[in-house]
Ligand binder design. Structure first.
Ligand code: LLP
Length: 419
């Protein structure tokens, strides 16, 4: 359920026609619906209310400060994977005691920053990382709270690029080696074992793989407890999928009830790290058709947003529905919707059946709230686009469009190259 709907033959975001927003901010831009964001977070959070839990919104899916703040206001924590995301979370007012830090390659400076801020826990992904965190914590006189990210070797049945819980993936510590890692952690003087963690993949459309992972983790926790380890937190990561085309992922309530049944009475606080399911369908990318052209084989619709703005179709072959902002009766056509970037992989849709689109009109690329802006780049020296949040009849620019000065910020021509 979201708030992007046609009214009076025009696509609206909540109470505002998208055309009006584009007249104010220009194209392309990302557009988010406040009420959709609130609803998605609340439904997810409420679904777990039967047990002690903490929803740590996964900042990588969309790390705009306004969105982070919105979830913080709703009581959310943040799942971060870099010093930069920590900076954003803190800047947005997140409670450090609700921040978990994942990622296979944490640097010493990032570890130190997180220790100084006093985060809830590091999700540690290797024995060497345990040693490094111990060393940094000792250096600054702190005790570092840690969980071990376990790789449970489970096939999440999703796209290989976003599957993370198999032995062949770089993530986590093999479940068979995890007890050794916990033993090491408990011997290192500056670490405090807090919990256990896993994240098996993203865009999951079945509960079964994550339920299997949970069962394996529970087995391991029992062994660890027998060895005297304190496991207070069980972090199941994120991963719940959304409908882009015709996928039928479980509703958060169904997802939660299956997991709750397995975890109730286990005496652990459950941590969840959802990203896509909260923001994916709460955001769209608005773009303008620049030109159309055709040859004997193909029809192209050339729009002003490219793979630098939304890389998912090029990178994963992802499907994003495309809607004309103006609703009217028209002939259908089959076309590739492509961007201005100098790469053949620069497309938003391939061989797509669409209403015939015309130069100058606006399109909405749907389900673009997650891994849209956050994966955007300046490739081809294109300025990154604006982001707009709509709440009822009000719009707020929550990130202004970059300008050419932003593009060259920090660059220097060395003296010797100048006359
Ligand atoms: N926790 C950890 C440790 C993660 O690595 C991720 C996502 C999440 C939570 C959030 O997962 P979500 O609930 O959003 O599925 N760029 C790809 C997705 C990459 C996901 C990476 N990790 C895409 O556009 O589909």
């Amino acid at each position: 359920m979201h708030f992007f709907e046609y009214k009076n033959n025009e696509l609206h975001c909540e109470g505002i026609p998208i055309r009006e927003i584009s007249e104010k901010v220009g194209t392309p831009f990302y557009l988010y619906s406040y009420h959709t964001l609130v609803r998605h977070f609340t439904v997810f959070d409420d679904a777990f209310k039967g047990i002690p839990h903490l929803v740590c919104y996964s900042a990588k899916s969309n790390s705009n400060l306004a969105l982070l703040r919105l979830f913080v206001n709703l009581g959310g924590g943040v799942d971060i994977v870099s010093g930069g995301e920590l900076y954003r979370a803190v800047h947005a007012g997140a409670d450090p005691q609700k921040i978990v830090f994942s990622g296979v390659g944490k640097r010493e400076d990032e570890i130190e920053y997180a220790l100084k801020m006093g985060i809830l826990m590091f999700n540690v992904e290797s024995s060497q990382e345990l040693q490094t965190i111990n060393k940094v914590a000792g250096r600054i006189g702190k005790k570092a709270p840690i969980a071990i990210r376990v790789n449970p070797d489970i096939d999440p049945k999703t796209h290989p690029y976003i599957s993370t819980g198999l032995k062949q993936n770089k993530f986590g510590i093999d479940i068979l080696r995890a007890p050794m890692a916990y033993r090491l952690a408990s011997q290192l003087p500056n670490l405090k074992v807090m919990g256990i963690d896993c994240h098996i993949g993203s865009q999951l459309i079945e509960v079964e793989p994550i339920l299997q992972a949970l069962k394996r983790l529970k087995g391991l926790v029992e062994t660890l407890r027998e060895e005297g380890q304190d496991i207070h937190y069980l972090d199941l990561g994120g991963g719940l999928g959304i409908t882009y085309e015709d996928e039928e992922p479980p509703h958060p309530v169904e997802y939660a009830s299956i997991l709750l049944e397995e975890i109730r009475g286990f005496d652990c606080k459950l941590v969840l790290e959802p990203g896509r399911v909260i923001v994916g369908n709460a955001g769209v990318l608005i773009s303008k058709v620049l030109y159309t052209k055709e040859n004997e084989e193909k029809r192209f619709v050339i729009v002003d947003a490219g793979m630098n703005d939304l890389v998912r179709p090029s990178y994963y072959g992802s499907y994003h529905n495309i809607l004309p902002v103006k609703e009217e009766k028209r002939e259908e056509m089959i076309a590739d919707v492509v961007g201005p970037i100098c790469e053949s992989s620069d497309f938003l849709a391939k061989g797509r059946k669409l209403p015939t689109l015309q130069s100058g009109e606006l399109i909405a690329v749907m389900s673009a709230g997650a891994y849209g802006f956050s994966m955007s780049t300046n490739y081809n020296s294109r300025t990154r686009v604006a982001e707009v949040l709509v709440r009822d009849n009000q719009m707020f620019v929550i990130r202004k469009r970059e300008d050419y000065e932003d593009l060259v910020r920090g660059e220097v021509i060395p003296e010797f190259l100048l006359p």
